[in-house]
Write a protein that binds this ligand. Structure first.
Ligand SMILES: *Cc1c(COP(=O)(O)O)cnc(C)c1O
Length: 397
């Protein structure tokens, strides 16, 4: 997955272009910038590649989740249904707006379980946020039907599955808004960065203003611009955007490499009957950023994860025992440990999480290994790697 593996001359060229020109900010300074608009160019490239009308590039994927929900009108006391398996950033965005993350079970897609989503809907539900974890997607068709029926917004956290598609459409472009991350370990990187993509012109305009302190960006005198509503600073710098601009030009090359390496590993592991791959919803194509499979039991999975480490097979994650991606280890969330007071509504929403069991998700996450697909491997390295993987798995079965 990590675009940083292939950082090179094109990235240096784009960054030097910004440094030589001297305008490091993405807005304003029209006279000084001599036509240098890296963030804007990256937005145009994203619109073209992901077939959407609007893209707003931001300072991070966490910012993107926050901004996507803010422009959807999600705020104090609103409930956002999301999976209990995701990176912490997904609920951080919800909490930043004073809204309540409602965590529900996942299934063998490693994303939202549709029945669990239906059961979690209340009069306070405002949005459903599927997280397309580890390169593959939620059942978006089912979620679209639910959202229509209950008049809910659908916001896709596509930070880990950029480049995947569902029924021919890019992930992130299917809901009311979608989010990407361009942090250092994502498929393509800005160093730090993210984006909201949408076809909704009102959302796009709101994202543009909200992420820059509410600036309406009318005219070319920042001091004279109006502030139609309260905002915040989620801007990306031109330096970071420049890196992304070079990387997105290589995006299809990256996805092609991921697919090639993924396929070699999948073909080899398919020979072991006890290895069961995650379910990809019908009509979906993974981004191939990770390969995910289930083993027969929690014990076997722990044993294999340890053997992988001992054998130097890096970047394979057993999220059941990881502190950042699964509710089992989110004590800070479950105990509502905040530096500053939280609203009573949010506190009681979080308190409810402690009464919930996630037995179904434990069943899947406990037996799942998620292995990053690197771009920089040679074919010989991938072949050797999967041989070692198979050896560890067979020894544990
Ligand atoms: C990486 C990630 C984010 C946040 O992105 P940052 O750019 O690191 O803030 C959000 N959601 C998911 C699922 C992620 O993996």
């Amino acid at each position: 997955m990590p675009g940083f593996e292939l950082f090179g001359d094109q990235e240096r060229h784009e960054v030097n272009d910004v440094l030589n020109n001297g305008v490091l900010m993405r807005f304003g300074f029209d006279g000084m910038r001599n036509g240098h608009w890296k963030a804007k160019e990256l937005e145009t490239a994203l619109q073209e590649r992901f077939k959407v009308k609007h893209a707003q590039v931001l300072s991070s994927g966490t910012a993107a989740v926050t901004v996507a929900l803010a422009v959807s009108g999600v705020g104090a006391g609103d409930e956002v249904i999301m999976p209990c398996f995701t990176f912490v950033a997904s609920f951080e965005g919800v909490i930043a707006l004073g809204a309540i993350p409602v965590l529900v079970d996942i299934d063998d897609t490693l994303t939202l379980d549709i029945e669990a989503v239906k059961k979690a809907i209340t009069p306070k539900t405002k949005a459903i946020m599927p997280v397309h974890m580890c390169g593959s997607m939620a059942n978006l068709n089912a979620l679209q039907i639910i959202c229509k029926e209950h008049q809910l917004l659908l916001v896709e956290d596509a930070c880990q599955a950029i480049g995947g598609t569902y029924r021919g459409k890019p992930l992130g472009s299917i809901g009311d808004a979608g989010t990407f991350s361009f942090d250092f370990v994502k498929t393509f990187t800005c160093g730090e960065g993210g984006a909201v993509i949408t076809d909704n012109a009102e959302f796009a305009k709101a994202a543009d203003h909200y992420s820059d302190h509410g600036h309406d960006h009318v005219g070319n005198d920042r001091g004279a611009e109006a502030h139609p509503f309260l905002g915040y600073n989620y801007r990306i710098s031109e330096l970071n955007a420049a890196v992304g601009l070079a990387q997105i030009k290589r995006f299809d090359e990256f996805i092609g490499l991921q697919k090639k390496h993924y396929t070699i590993i999948r073909n080899e592991l398919s020979k072991i009957p006890e290895v069961v791959f995650r379910t990809v919803p019908e009509g979906g194509e993974e981004s191939y950023a990770f390969i995910n499979f289930f083993l027969p039991s929690l014990e076997t999975t722990r044993q294999v994860a340890a053997a992988f480490k001992a054998e130097g097979i890096d970047a394979c994650f057993h999220y059941y025992d990881n502190n950042w991606h699964y509710v089992r280890k989110w004590q800070h969330l479950l105990e509502a440990k905040s530096l500053f007071p939280l609203s009573d509504e949010l506190k009681s929403g979080l308190a409810k999480l402690n009464l919930q069991d996630f037995i179904q998700s434990d069943h899947y996450i406990g037996r799942n290994l998620s292995c990053l697909i690197k771009l920089s491997w040679t074919e010989a390295e991938v072949t050797q790697r999967v041989k070692n993987m198979a050896k560890c798995i067979l020894a544990a079965l």
